[in-house]
Design a protein around this ligand. Structure first.
Ligand SMILES: CC(=O)N[C@H]1[C@@H](OP(=O)(O)OP(=O)(O)OC[C@H]2O[C@@H](n3ccc(=O)[nH]c3=O)[C@H](O)[C@@H]2O)O[C@H](CO)[C@@H](O)[C@@H]1O
Ligand SMILES: C=C(OP(=O)(O)O)C(=O)O
Length: 428
């Protein structure tokens, strides 16, 4: 298995092109199921999860054609066509490897009136139930059965869902996405209350609108959908990855550097940029993105994760790594996932001083961290180790690179280009 090796202590300086967002790509891809016409997605990040999603789509009978395989090119285009579905089952092996597979449930149900998806179970960051996905689908007319580790959702008579109203008891990104994708082809109107407002939800709704869906209120807690009989194909560009951009901003902060993040949308990242400014970084917005520069010592922060527009859970590990080197004590609270501190023991092995009590963590800033062989069990935890390694003295080797390959396109290339000494080693 590959590892990533960093010689720490280099100040980062230069421009980093930001890729298309993983968390948006994985919800736009299943939209191909909703039409028998071609859907072309551009700015798709080159990530293991995008490839896996392509394979899942192929299993369902959706053809996929990829362009943009040239070395050095950021992003790709994928044309998908679900002319005839050959299966409505997402098998255990696919869902186990990639949680986002659950997002075929809504579209399959809407298009075929029938969907069977393996129950995803928990994962390294905590229990990740899908009860709200199922309740929302029931509210818009689905019948749900659970047996032998699978959930089967059917529309009455195998035909169209009715549409209906549902209030999410807690904000859920995935459940909002499944409900929206199911409701666009329903026979009637759907109102989703306390819906997730994440930019990735807005991206999903914009694509569906371009395909002919009638949706209003995206980006607000009340999404209104008037079902239509048919959607058509289109071409759509995946939004930029706000989490990738925030991760590189933390890397600039911890190395006392300055990186220009090209292609970001500032409005997607206000909680992150506010936190960066409070930590003492300087931000300059310009026409192509934003420049993030260290400006003196890092200041400690108090951060609590929350649904958008709050501070994203997907940024918590990377900020924690950066704050390990702040002057003073930072306080972090993880409110979304109960087990999202898997990076803490590894950061401690690099010299960090962090206390964890339940969902809270106190990070006591240290002057010095040292490189070590480290590994993490999830994507953002792995990125936090890369960030720490960039500032640590000596060599850091991050094992289990497959987590990073799920979410960071050309990580080593992008960081080398701004001055990091970083390489991928085979067989680590
Ligand atoms: C609100 C939030 O920050 N969501 C994050 C979550 O999305 P993801 O879609 O994976 O998770 P949800 O937004 O659905 O989960 C939010 C909360 O609701 C709970 N829940 C969810 C679904 C359900 O059926 N029942 C239930 O109880 C979850 O346990 C969690 O505590 O992880 C993604 C990957 O890290 C992030 O990109 C999203 O920003
Ligand atoms: C945990 C993440 O993704 P996933 O839901 O795909 O596991 C993430 O993007 O940080």
């Amino acid at each position: 298995m590959d590892s990533i090796v960093i010689q720490g202590g280099k100040r980062l300086e230069g421009a980093i092109p930001i890729s298309g967002a993983k968390n948006s790509a994985l919800t736009l891809l299943p939209c191909a199921i909703l039409t028998d016409e071609k859907l072309t997605l551009s700015n798709l990040p080159r990530l293991a999860d995008v490839d896996s999603f392509g394979h899942l789509m192929n299993e369902l009978g959706v053809s996929t054609k990829i362009e943009g395989m040239h070395k050095g090119e950021i992003g790709r285009r994928m044309t998908l066509r679900a002319e005839n579905l050959i299966s409505t089952v997402a098998p255990y092996d696919m869902v186990r490897r990639m949680r986002a597979s659950i997002l075929v449930l809504g579209p399959l149900l809407a298009r075929a009136g029938d969907a069977t998806v393996s129950l995803p179970g928990g994962c390294a960051i905590g229990d990740r139930p899908i009860d709200l996905h199922l309740q929302a689908l029931e509210a818009i007319g689905a019948e749900i059965e659970i047996a032998a580790g699978f959930v089967r959702a059917t529309a009455p008579g195998g035909k169209r869902l009715s549409g209906g109203d549902f209030t999410f008891p807690v904000v859920s990104v995935g459940a909002t996405e499944n409900a929206v994708m199911a409701a666009v082809l329903a026979a009637g109107r759907t109102n989703l209350y306390n819906a997730a407002r994440e930019p990735e939800i807005v991206d999903l709704c914009r694509l569906l609108q371009k395909m002919g869906a009638h949706i209003e209120g995206e980006g607000s807690p009340h999404i209104k959908i008037e079902g239509v009989e048919k959607l058509h194909g289109c071409t759509y560009a995946v939004m930029p990855d706000r989490i990738e951009a925030g991760s590189y901003a933390c890397a600039a902060g911890i190395t006392g550097g300055s990186v220009d993040l090209i292609g970001i949308r500032p409005e997607d990242m206000l909680a992150t940029t506010n936190a960066l400014v409070q930590a003492g970084l300087m931000i300059e917005f310009h026409d192509h993105g934003m420049k993030v520069s260290a400006d003196g010592p890092l200041r400690p922060l108090a951060l609590s994760t929350a649904p958008f527009p709050g501070f994203a859970t997907d940024m918590q590990a990377q900020f924690m790594a950066m704050l390990c080197r702040a002057k003073g004590e930072s306080f972090l609270e993880e409110t979304i996932f109960e087990n999202r501190y898997m990076h803490v023991p590894e950061l401690r092995r690099m010299g960090a001083n962090i206390d964890v009590r339940g969902r809270s963590a106190i990070v006591h800033g240290v002057d010095h961290m040292t490189g070590a062989k480290v590994m993490a069990t999830d994507l953002r935890a792995s990125m936090s180790l890369i960030i720490a390694g960039l500032a640590a003295e000596g060599e850091t080797e991050v094992l289990r690179v497959y987590h990073l390959d799920r979410g960071y396109e050309r990580l080593e290339e992008k960081l080398s280009a701004v001055g990091a000494t970083i390489e991928r080693r085979g067989g680590g």
